[in-house]
Design a protein around this ligand. Structure first.
Ligand SMILES: NC(=O)c1ccc[n+]([C@@H]2O[C@H](COP(=O)([O-])OP(=O)(O)OC[C@H]3O[C@@H](n4cnc5c(N)ncnc54)[C@H](O)[C@@H]3O)[C@@H](O)[C@H]2O)c1
Length: 437
């Protein structure tokens, strides 16, 4: 099937960059990204240095393709109607109420998409799950599409996204693999081929994996769970190192040199953040419980529990250092993003750590080189008993004036050049260890 028009619903951290790269690499296809939030669309159509997402290389890609074959629009109905292929890249947060609250994925945004697709489609479509979804969601989507339309054939594919924020463009250019799950029917395989043809414009064939829909849906959850599990494993060992006199960096190196284990994701830190790991593992836990696999559920749940333990333990170490009381202690928080090279603050360890320090009386100042000040302020305002007494700094000179402590929570490159000599540093990220050894 020849695809001429793609529509992607959801102009977020996944929809924006993935579609920009598809448009760049496939100039023969028109790609339109739509979103229910008109302000976001306005920003995507605005100046390149003020796109709603910060990602190295993104502005250049958007700059080249936008207006040529890449478009951002809030006209959802027309763009659904026009497209032969529709990606759903909407958010799938953890449910906050109802059955499965605190664990299961909230599928309401995906369901709204499916209803919109059914409502506005006048011809057959390939509908692609780009969002991370619980295994067997395609069944539910199919049900919604069929209940809300007549005489239109929808083929559902799963094509989870593996990009990492901060390196999204490089990850999209040179994906380790592209995963496409489809039905084993003839029409299912035709749809799979149509998507394979798109990625083949820049991804080598051997890196495009095709599977059944359920394997593809589950592989994304499993992949995030395995990555997070490595972080929690090494973090759990960091606690034991502190008790025994072993050095966690030496331990990481020794373990990582085993070719069966490898060195990646083996640095101890204050813990993982970001919108995905925690919610995807909780979702996996929920699924295991749903299928009666309580032991398996408990195994994966522990990965999240250790992450919470590590964040809390780190903040407690700072409090203990000052004898259990942070009153009148001036503490500079460096970094609010959950990792370097992104402005995403979702589940950022900086938030949990700062909150605990604040609750214990610390006088906080916060600086992040990219995260917008209003985004930081919004989080602070949501804290119980917040008294508007935290300074969010617009600039931070590399000459750090005297603080009782500096807490490094994002591995921004610029922080490496600061002159810290007279400060007490609590390093939640590993990058400065070498400098101060
Ligand atoms: N952020 C990542 O690094 C990453 C990586 C891989 C996979 N994922 C997965 O991709 C999905 C999207 O994540 P994200 O980080 O891009 O989320 P996001 O919150 O940045 O973006 C989602 C966008 O969808 C829009 N939206 C929601 N419902 C809509 C509707 N019915 N119609 C139109 N627009 C709608 C929202 O306004 C928002 O702009 C999630 O399932 C996530 O788990 C994320």
């Amino acid at each position: 099937m020849q695809i001429k028009n793609i529509c992607c619903i959801g102009a977020g951290y996944v929809g924006g960059p993935t579609m920009a790269v598809i448009a760049l690499k496939c100039p023969h296809i028109n790609v339109t990204v739509v979103d229910a939030n008109p302000d976001k669309i306005k920003a995507w159509n605005g100046p390149l240095d003020k796109l709603p997402i910060y990602e190295p290389g993104l502005a250049e890609v958007v700059g080249e393709a936008r207006g040529r074959n890449l478009f951002f629009s809030d006209d959802i109905p027309n763009n659904i109607e026009k497209a032969e292929m529709i990606f759903m890249a909407v958010n799938t947060p953890t449910k906050t109420e109802g059955e499965g609250a605190g664990m299961a994925a909230d599928l309401r945004y995906v369901e709204t998409c499916a209803r919109d697709i059914a409502k506005y489609s006048k011809s057959d479509k390939i509908v692609i799950e780009k969002s991370t979804l619980p295994v067997r969601t395609a069944e539910k989507i199919k049900e919604i599409l069929e209940e809300n339309s007549t005489d239109i054939h929808f083929e559902i594919l799963s094509n989870p996204e593996f990009l990492a924020e901060g390196t999204a463009i490089q990850d999209l250019f040179k994906s380790d693999r592209v995963l496409i799950g489809g039905d084993e029917t003839q029409s299912g395989q035709k749809a799979v081929q149509a998507l394979v043809d798109i990625y083949s414009n820049w991804i080598p064939k051997e890196k495009i994996l095709t599977t059944n829909v359920w394997s593809s849906e589950l592989a994304k959850l499993a992949s995030n769970a395995m990555l997070a599990q490595r972080i929690s494993s090494i973090n759990s060992l960091s606690a034991l190192c502190e008790k025994t006199g072993a050095n966690i960096d030496e331990l990481s190196k020794a373990i990582g040199m085993d070719h069966r284990i490898g060195p990646h994701f083996l640095k101890a830190s204050v813990g993982f953040g970001g919108s995905c790991f925690q919610k995807d593992i909780l979702n996996l836990v929920y699924l295991c419980k749903h299928y009666g696999l309580d032991e398996v559920a408990e195994y994966w749940h522990q990965v999240v529990k250790i992450n919470d333990y590590q964040k809390d333990r780190f903040a407690q170490k700072i409090i203990d250092h000052f004898g259990g009381d942070l009153k009148n202690k001036k503490i500079l928080i460096l970094g609010w993003a959950f990792k370097a090279n992104t402005n995403d603050i979702r589940e950022s360890p900086a938030i949990d750590v700062s909150k605990k320090l604040y609750k214990n009386g610390a006088n906080l100042e916060i600086y992040d080189p990219i995260v917008e000040q209003n985004k930081i302020y919004k989080v602070l305002k949501s804290w119980e008993k917040f008294k508007n007494d935290i300074i969010i700094k617009q600039n931070q000179s590399s000459e750090i004036e005297f603080y009782d402590a500096i807490v490094l929570l994002t591995e921004w490159e610029v922080f490496k050049s600061y002159n810290y000599q007279s400060n007490i540093i609590f390093d939640g990220r590993y990058f400065l260890r070498k400098i101060y050894e």
